[in-house]
Design a protein around this ligand. Structure first.
Ligand code: AMP
Length: 259
């Protein structure tokens, strides 16, 4: 696996791959990799010839009161895992490399960004489309793989790609969970042992809510398990989506809706 920190070097390598008729697959991440991320690399490997993974903790998608500084950074281990699972190139840009021309972006979020996450993190998707657009411009992938775990994000990115006329095919990938149904997340590293036990109830409560359509009951169930605050539990697209807090940690998950 090749590791590259700047866009000029990245372009050189990708141009050579393209000149050999190799298609480019891309998996953007913020690092602290787990099996969920690695499953995206597997899919990218099936769908393309040359797989680029990026690790970039994007400052523009964190609000000032959020966890940008604390976000786990485990680059060495991440690189080992990526190599093992068969990524071809690790793109590790600096903030200056990505935001050389300033933080501003003209890329707008579409209506997929309205409500849900945006009600609680108003600028989050602006930051996401800003960075994904810049990363896509750098990599120019044929396919890019994103997890269904961040289901609203996936819809926002699909809409952004459609509206900006990019040809990149966006693939949504299944949510990888632990044996109790807890969706793997880099932020699970913040949870204490007691909190993990509580977190493991989220998926079952969501599945029950998808069956009954009773979201008030689901809120009560989450509170009685020990969740501190429920930002939302709602049906949208073909999913039931939720965000809830355990102490200082915010968890999100979603399951297929009944119909
Ligand atoms: P992140 O590093 O949290 O920005 O996530 C990078 C990508 O991995 C996003 O497309 C996420 O949706 C995806 N992802 C994160 N956790 C999981 C999971 N448990 N299963 C599948 N995909 C995931």
């Amino acid at each position: 696996m090749i590791t590259v920190k700047n866009i000029a070097e990245l372009n050189e390598i990708l141009d050579e791959q393209r000149s050999n008729n190799k298609s480019i697959g891309f998996v953007p991440t913020m690092g602290a990799l787990h099996q969920g991320h690695l499953s995206l690399i597997d899919i990218a490997n099936q769908k393309s010839d040359f797989v680029v993974a990026s690790i970039f903790v994007n400052p523009t998608q964190f609000a000032p009161n959020e966890d940008f500084d604390q976000y786990p950074r485990t680059e060495e281990q991440d690189a080992m895992l990526l190599e093992k699972v068969g990524a071809d190139l690790l793109f590790l840009p600096t903030v200056n490399e990505i935001y050389a021309g300033g933080l501003h972006s003209d890329i707008k979020t579409g209506d997929a960004a309205m409500g849900l996450e945006t009600d609680f993190r108003p600028d989050f998707f602006k930051g996401v489309v800003n960075v994904v657009d810049r990363l896509f411009s750098a990599v120019n992938p044929d396919v890019a793989v994103f997890g269904n775990k961040d289901y609203q994000q996936l819809q926002v990115i699909k809409q952004m790609v459609d509206e900006t006329g990019r040809t990149t095919k966006i693939i949504g990938a299944p949510i990888i969970r632990d044996e109790h149904g807890l969706a793997l997340s880099s932020r699970n590293a913040y949870l204490s042992q007691d909190e993990i036990k509580i977190a493991q109830s989220l998926n079952a409560i969501l599945k029950e809510a998808a069956l009954t359509d009773n979201f008030d009951q689901a809120r009560d169930a989450l509170r009685s398990k020990g969740f501190d605050k429920i930002d939302y539990i709602e049906k949208r697209w073909d999913r039931v989506l939720a965000a809830a807090w355990l102490g200082k940690t915010r968890l999100i998950d979603n399951v297929p809706a009944k119909n």
